[in-house]
Design a protein around this ligand. Structure first.
Ligand SMILES: Nc1ncnc2c1ncn2[C@@H]1O[C@H](COP(=O)(O)OP(=O)(O)OP(=O)(O)O)[C@@H](O)[C@H]1O
Length: 264
């Protein structure tokens, strides 16, 4: 489904500010895989997400979706295959537009230009039905401006918008990190439900170790631009936070440096 092969990225090469972000990263995801990604500060997690979604190009290496090399395609052309939710609840939605206008945008994502953004009765009923799945009453607020919603409500809407057209790949970039614990739990539960119901192939970066262990069928750990540990389904079930931290120390020879790490 998603294949990343030999992807490397160096920022500001040849300058004092040179930063290695990714070094020969390989990753293959099967349809329905749900991989959680953890790692120390500056390990390259966001760069990996940015390269998959087309925000930036790798120096070397390829990104393939269903066998098709998409490495040369810009971000907007990939949006029909890739849904993404960011850490910042402000990032995934347009604040001055209403809930239904935002949904209409998500609905037509990746379609040819000129595809109607108009909201007719049939579409409105689809939007209502989808919003009701979130279980937070947004289906009764279709014309409310998104800028007026709380962080948790916006993030729930972002999640729905990112998954609306059943993307081939769903990228979740610390999407619960900016929320208080109760809202974060709500978004986590929603994520699990949407991913399971649609059987979405999902890559999720998180600083919450307990969440990384609990969610998904695979886990990868990154350090200094490399995947240093891959845990598959059978081993993941026996994993604990302590064991995971121990593995990190053993492989990298240091303690995990992550100022935002949540042990659960
Ligand atoms: N646009 C950029 N310009 C220069 N250096 C960058 C840029 N983006 C990332 N880097 C550097 O590349 C390395 C990897 O950064 P990245 O943001 O991918 O790590 P991360 O694992 O997401 O880190 P964190 O968990 O701290 O957010 C870091 O050293 C970072 O400083």
């Amino acid at each position: 489904m998603l294949e990343i092969s030999k992807v490397s990225k160096l920022f500001n090469p040849g300058t004092l500010d040179e930063k290695t972000a990714l070094v020969g990263v390989n990753l293959a995801m099967k349809p329905g895989d749900f991989i959680t990604v953890i790692g120390s500060n500056g390990a390259g997690k966001s760069t990996l997400m940015n390269i998959i979604s087309g925000v930036m190009k790798p120096d070397t290496g390829e990104v393939r979706i269903e066998g098709k090399n998409i490495s040369h395609l810009p971000e907007f052309s990939r949006s029909k295959w890739i849904g993404r939710v960011f850490q910042d609840p402000m990032a995934g939605t347009a604040p001055r537009m209403s809930i239904e206008e935002n949904l209409a945008m998500a609905y037509t994502r990746g379609q040819k230009r000129g595809f109607s953004l108009s909201i007719n009765r049939a579409r409105r009923s689809i939007f209502r039905e989808q919003l009701s799945r979130l279980g937070i009453g947004l289906e009764n607020r279709l014309s409310a401006k998104v800028g007026l919603l709380s962080g948790g409500e916006r993030q729930a809407l972002s999640l729905l918008m990112a998954t609306f057209t059943k993307p081939q790949i769903l990228l979740l970039d610390e999407h619960t990190a900016a929320l208080d614990p109760a809202r974060a739990e709500l978004i986590t539960t929603l994520t699990e439900t949407l991913v399971r119901e649609m059987n979405l192939t999902t890559l999720m970066v998180t600083h919450n170790m307990e969440q990384a262990i609990r969610l998904g069928n695979r886990l990868i750990m990154m350090d200094k631009g490399k995947i240093i540990l891959e845990v598959n389904e059978d081993r993941k079930q026996d994993l604990t936070v302590q064991r995971l931290l121990g593995e990190f120390e053993q492989i990298s020879g240091k303690k995990m440096a992550d100022d935002r790490v949540v042990l659960g």
